[in-house]
Design a protein around this ligand. Structure first.
Ligand code: LER
Ligand code: MN
Length: 276
Protein backbone atom coordinates (compact mmCIF):
# COMPACT_ATOMS: atom_id res chain seq x y z
CA UNK A 1 0.00 0.00 0.00
CA UNK A 2 1.36 3.48 -0.85
CA UNK A 3 2.51 5.65 2.08
CA UNK A 4 1.80 9.37 2.52
CA UNK A 5 4.35 12.20 2.54
CA UNK A 6 4.28 15.98 2.45
CA UNK A 7 6.98 18.35 1.18
CA UNK A 8 8.85 20.91 3.28
CA UNK A 9 11.08 23.53 1.60
CA UNK A 10 13.87 25.35 3.38
CA UNK A 11 15.18 26.93 0.15
CA UNK A 12 14.64 30.70 -0.01
CA UNK A 13 15.43 30.77 -3.77
CA UNK A 14 12.55 28.34 -4.43
CA UNK A 15 9.87 30.74 -3.10
CA UNK A 16 6.68 30.39 -5.08
CA UNK A 17 7.52 26.76 -5.85
CA UNK A 18 5.38 23.64 -5.35
CA UNK A 19 6.09 22.83 -1.71
CA UNK A 20 3.39 22.51 0.94
CA UNK A 21 5.30 23.63 4.02
CA UNK A 22 7.96 26.30 4.15
CA UNK A 23 10.88 27.38 6.34
CA UNK A 24 9.85 26.09 9.77
CA UNK A 25 10.85 22.42 9.86
CA UNK A 26 9.78 21.67 13.47
CA UNK A 27 6.33 23.21 12.87
CA UNK A 28 5.97 21.31 9.57
CA UNK A 29 6.85 18.02 11.27
CA UNK A 30 4.35 18.66 14.07
CA UNK A 31 1.59 19.44 11.59
CA UNK A 32 2.45 16.50 9.32
CA UNK A 33 2.20 14.18 12.31
CA UNK A 34 -1.03 15.74 13.58
CA UNK A 35 -2.65 15.19 10.17
CA UNK A 36 -1.48 11.58 9.99
CA UNK A 37 1.24 11.70 7.32
CA UNK A 38 3.76 8.86 7.32
CA UNK A 39 6.69 11.02 6.20
CA UNK A 40 8.06 14.34 5.06
CA UNK A 41 10.02 15.00 1.87
CA UNK A 42 12.67 17.65 2.43
CA UNK A 43 13.88 20.26 -0.05
CA UNK A 44 16.97 21.68 1.65
CA UNK A 45 19.56 24.26 0.53
CA UNK A 46 22.37 21.75 1.10
CA UNK A 47 23.61 18.89 3.24
CA UNK A 48 24.41 21.16 6.21
CA UNK A 49 21.00 22.84 6.39
CA UNK A 50 19.89 20.57 9.25
CA UNK A 51 22.27 18.45 11.31
CA UNK A 52 21.89 14.69 11.35
CA UNK A 53 21.05 14.86 15.08
CA UNK A 54 18.41 17.61 14.73
CA UNK A 55 16.66 15.91 11.82
CA UNK A 56 16.86 12.49 13.50
CA UNK A 57 15.36 13.91 16.68
CA UNK A 58 12.52 15.67 14.83
CA UNK A 59 11.67 12.52 12.89
CA UNK A 60 11.70 10.31 15.97
CA UNK A 61 9.78 12.79 18.17
CA UNK A 62 6.99 12.95 15.59
CA UNK A 63 7.32 9.31 14.47
CA UNK A 64 7.79 10.41 10.88
CA UNK A 65 9.96 8.91 8.18
CA UNK A 66 12.02 10.87 5.68
CA UNK A 67 10.51 9.95 2.30
CA UNK A 68 13.19 11.61 0.14
CA UNK A 69 15.43 14.66 -0.16
CA UNK A 70 15.39 16.96 -3.19
CA UNK A 71 18.60 18.18 -4.83
CA UNK A 72 17.06 21.09 -6.75
CA UNK A 73 18.95 23.63 -4.62
CA UNK A 74 22.08 22.61 -6.54
CA UNK A 75 20.38 24.19 -9.55
CA UNK A 76 18.38 27.06 -8.05
CA UNK A 77 21.17 28.20 -5.70
CA UNK A 78 24.40 27.19 -7.46
CA UNK A 79 23.37 26.65 -11.13
CA UNK A 80 24.95 23.17 -11.08
CA UNK A 81 23.86 20.62 -13.68
CA UNK A 82 24.92 17.10 -14.63
CA UNK A 83 24.88 18.07 -18.32
CA UNK A 84 26.62 21.47 -18.25
CA UNK A 85 29.17 22.03 -21.07
CA UNK A 86 31.63 23.03 -18.29
CA UNK A 87 33.45 19.98 -16.84
CA UNK A 88 34.02 21.77 -13.53
CA UNK A 89 30.29 22.51 -13.16
CA UNK A 90 29.47 18.85 -13.93
CA UNK A 91 31.97 17.71 -11.31
CA UNK A 92 30.58 20.08 -8.70
CA UNK A 93 27.06 18.87 -9.59
CA UNK A 94 28.11 15.26 -8.87
CA UNK A 95 29.78 16.32 -5.60
CA UNK A 96 26.68 18.24 -4.51
CA UNK A 97 24.33 15.34 -5.27
CA UNK A 98 26.69 12.88 -3.56
CA UNK A 99 26.54 15.03 -0.42
CA UNK A 100 22.73 15.04 -0.64
CA UNK A 101 22.70 11.23 -1.03
CA UNK A 102 24.69 11.14 2.24
CA UNK A 103 22.35 13.68 3.86
CA UNK A 104 19.24 11.58 3.14
CA UNK A 105 20.96 8.19 3.27
CA UNK A 106 21.72 8.34 7.00
CA UNK A 107 17.93 8.62 7.51
CA UNK A 108 17.25 5.84 4.95
CA UNK A 109 15.90 8.34 2.43
CA UNK A 110 16.80 8.51 -1.26
CA UNK A 111 17.88 11.70 -3.06
CA UNK A 112 15.91 12.94 -6.07
CA UNK A 113 17.55 14.24 -9.25
CA UNK A 114 15.11 16.60 -10.97
CA UNK A 115 16.22 20.01 -12.14
CA UNK A 116 19.92 19.13 -11.69
CA UNK A 117 19.70 16.93 -14.80
CA UNK A 118 19.87 20.13 -16.88
CA UNK A 119 19.22 20.17 -20.64
CA UNK A 120 20.97 19.74 -23.99
CA UNK A 121 21.75 22.64 -26.37
CA UNK A 122 24.20 25.52 -26.39
CA UNK A 123 26.97 23.40 -27.89
CA UNK A 124 25.99 20.14 -26.15
CA UNK A 125 24.28 17.50 -28.31
CA UNK A 126 21.41 15.43 -26.95
CA UNK A 127 23.57 12.28 -27.19
CA UNK A 128 26.39 13.91 -25.23
CA UNK A 129 24.02 15.22 -22.55
CA UNK A 130 22.38 11.81 -22.13
CA UNK A 131 25.84 10.21 -21.87
CA UNK A 132 26.85 12.62 -19.09
CA UNK A 133 23.49 12.05 -17.40
CA UNK A 134 24.05 8.26 -17.56
CA UNK A 135 27.55 8.63 -16.09
CA UNK A 136 26.17 10.68 -13.20
CA UNK A 137 23.27 8.30 -12.53
CA UNK A 138 25.60 5.28 -12.61
CA UNK A 139 28.05 6.79 -10.16
CA UNK A 140 25.45 8.27 -7.81
CA UNK A 141 23.18 5.22 -7.99
CA UNK A 142 26.06 3.03 -6.81
CA UNK A 143 26.86 5.56 -4.06
CA UNK A 144 23.23 5.41 -2.84
CA UNK A 145 23.46 1.63 -2.66
CA UNK A 146 25.79 2.05 0.34
CA UNK A 147 22.77 3.31 2.32
CA UNK A 148 20.42 0.61 1.05
CA UNK A 149 18.35 3.20 -0.84
CA UNK A 150 17.89 3.83 -4.56
CA UNK A 151 18.69 7.07 -6.37
CA UNK A 152 15.51 8.67 -7.72
CA UNK A 153 15.44 10.22 -11.20
CA UNK A 154 12.57 12.49 -12.25
CA UNK A 155 11.41 13.06 -15.84
CA UNK A 156 10.22 16.68 -16.10
CA UNK A 157 7.86 18.42 -18.51
CA UNK A 158 9.20 20.03 -21.70
CA UNK A 159 9.37 23.52 -20.20
CA UNK A 160 11.89 22.35 -17.57
CA UNK A 161 14.11 19.91 -19.51
CA UNK A 162 14.52 18.59 -23.04
CA UNK A 163 16.24 15.36 -21.92
CA UNK A 164 13.55 13.00 -20.63
CA UNK A 165 9.91 14.11 -20.51
CA UNK A 166 7.90 10.90 -20.25
CA UNK A 167 7.77 7.70 -18.23
CA UNK A 168 8.57 5.69 -21.38
CA UNK A 169 11.70 7.76 -22.06
CA UNK A 170 12.58 7.36 -18.39
CA UNK A 171 12.28 3.57 -18.61
CA UNK A 172 14.49 3.58 -21.72
CA UNK A 173 17.11 5.56 -19.77
CA UNK A 174 16.85 3.22 -16.74
CA UNK A 175 17.33 0.18 -18.97
CA UNK A 176 20.46 1.70 -20.51
CA UNK A 177 22.23 2.22 -17.16
CA UNK A 178 25.02 0.03 -15.82
CA UNK A 179 23.65 0.36 -12.27
CA UNK A 180 20.33 -1.21 -11.29
CA UNK A 181 19.90 1.15 -8.33
CA UNK A 182 18.06 4.07 -9.93
CA UNK A 183 14.26 4.38 -9.95
CA UNK A 184 11.86 6.81 -11.62
CA UNK A 185 9.84 9.53 -9.97
CA UNK A 186 6.37 9.85 -11.48
CA UNK A 187 5.28 13.47 -10.90
CA UNK A 188 1.59 13.68 -11.82
CA UNK A 189 1.93 17.40 -12.68
CA UNK A 190 4.64 16.77 -15.28
CA UNK A 191 2.83 13.65 -16.50
CA UNK A 192 -0.40 15.59 -17.01
CA UNK A 193 1.48 17.77 -19.51
CA UNK A 194 3.42 15.01 -21.28
CA UNK A 195 1.46 11.73 -21.13
CA UNK A 196 -1.53 10.76 -23.25
CA UNK A 197 -2.85 8.54 -20.44
CA UNK A 198 -1.43 8.89 -16.92
CA UNK A 199 -2.62 5.53 -15.64
CA UNK A 200 -1.34 3.65 -18.70
CA UNK A 201 2.05 5.38 -18.38
CA UNK A 202 2.29 4.33 -14.71
CA UNK A 203 1.43 0.75 -15.65
CA UNK A 204 4.16 0.75 -18.30
CA UNK A 205 6.57 2.27 -15.77
CA UNK A 206 5.88 -0.76 -13.56
CA UNK A 207 8.73 -1.78 -11.30
CA UNK A 208 10.80 1.25 -12.33
CA UNK A 209 8.47 3.64 -10.49
CA UNK A 210 10.11 4.29 -7.11
CA UNK A 211 8.50 7.54 -5.95
CA UNK A 212 5.45 9.61 -6.87
CA UNK A 213 4.72 13.34 -6.60
CA UNK A 214 1.06 13.46 -5.63
CA UNK A 215 -0.44 16.64 -7.02
CA UNK A 216 -3.15 17.80 -9.40
CA UNK A 217 -3.07 19.07 -13.01
CA UNK A 218 -2.66 22.73 -11.95
CA UNK A 219 -0.03 21.88 -9.32
CA UNK A 220 -2.57 22.47 -6.56
CA UNK A 221 -3.14 19.69 -4.00
CA UNK A 222 -4.69 16.46 -5.30
CA UNK A 223 -8.42 16.98 -5.78
CA UNK A 224 -8.10 20.68 -6.72
CA UNK A 225 -7.57 20.19 -10.46
CA UNK A 226 -8.88 17.84 -13.16
CA UNK A 227 -6.82 14.64 -12.69
CA UNK A 228 -9.00 11.52 -12.32
CA UNK A 229 -7.35 9.46 -9.57
CA UNK A 230 -9.47 6.30 -9.96
CA UNK A 231 -7.54 4.85 -12.95
CA UNK A 232 -4.28 5.94 -11.30
CA UNK A 233 -5.21 4.00 -8.15
CA UNK A 234 -5.95 0.96 -10.29
CA UNK A 235 -2.51 1.21 -11.95
CA UNK A 236 -0.78 1.63 -8.59
CA UNK A 237 -2.48 -1.56 -7.45
CA UNK A 238 -1.53 -3.39 -10.66
CA UNK A 239 2.16 -2.45 -10.31
CA UNK A 240 2.12 -3.24 -6.55
CA UNK A 241 3.32 0.29 -5.79
CA UNK A 242 4.41 0.50 -2.15
CA UNK A 243 6.34 3.79 -2.28
CA UNK A 244 5.18 7.26 -1.27
CA UNK A 245 2.42 9.49 -2.59
CA UNK A 246 4.36 12.62 -1.74
CA UNK A 247 2.58 15.96 -1.92
CA UNK A 248 4.76 18.23 -4.05
CA UNK A 249 2.06 20.83 -4.56
CA UNK A 250 1.55 24.56 -4.21
CA UNK A 251 0.59 25.68 -0.71
CA UNK A 252 -2.87 26.52 -2.03
CA UNK A 253 -4.89 28.17 -0.61
CA UNK A 254 -2.37 27.99 2.24
CA UNK A 255 0.01 25.40 3.69
CA UNK A 256 -2.38 23.99 6.30
CA UNK A 257 -5.33 23.69 3.94
CA UNK A 258 -3.09 22.13 1.24
CA UNK A 259 -1.82 19.52 3.71
CA UNK A 260 -5.35 18.71 4.93
CA UNK A 261 -6.65 18.47 1.36
CA UNK A 262 -3.74 16.18 0.46
CA UNK A 263 -4.21 13.74 3.32
CA UNK A 264 -7.91 13.35 2.57
CA UNK A 265 -7.16 12.85 -1.13
CA UNK A 266 -4.47 10.33 -0.17
CA UNK A 267 -7.02 8.39 1.94
CA UNK A 268 -9.50 8.37 -0.94
CA UNK A 269 -6.81 7.03 -3.31
CA UNK A 270 -5.80 4.33 -0.81
CA UNK A 271 -9.51 3.34 -0.52
CA UNK A 272 -9.63 3.12 -4.33
CA UNK A 273 -6.44 1.02 -4.40
CA UNK A 274 -7.94 -1.35 -1.83
CA UNK A 275 -11.28 -1.68 -3.59
CA UNK A 276 -10.00 -1.88 -7.20
C1 LER B 1 10.39 20.32 -10.55
O1 LER B 1 9.38 20.73 -11.40
C2 LER B 1 9.98 19.13 -9.77
O2 LER B 1 8.99 18.51 -10.04
C3 LER B 1 10.84 18.75 -8.68
O3 LER B 1 10.37 17.58 -8.08
C4 LER B 1 12.26 18.52 -9.17
O4 LER B 1 13.17 19.35 -8.65
MN1 MN C 1 8.34 16.77 -8.87
Amino acid sequence: MPLSAVTVSLVAEAKGGPFVFWDDLPAACAQAKRLGFDAIELFAPGPDAVSRETLGKLLSTHQLRLAAVGTGAGWVKHKLSLTSPDADVRKRAIDFIRSMVDFGGVHQAPAIIGSMQGRWGEGVSKEQAIDWLREGLNELGEHARGYGVPLIYEPLNRYETNLVNTVDAGVELMESLATNNVRLLADLFHMNIEEGDLAAALTRGGRWIGHLHFVDSNRRPAGCGHIDYAPIAKSLKDIHYAGYLSAEALPWPDSSAAAEQTISAYRRVVDMVESS
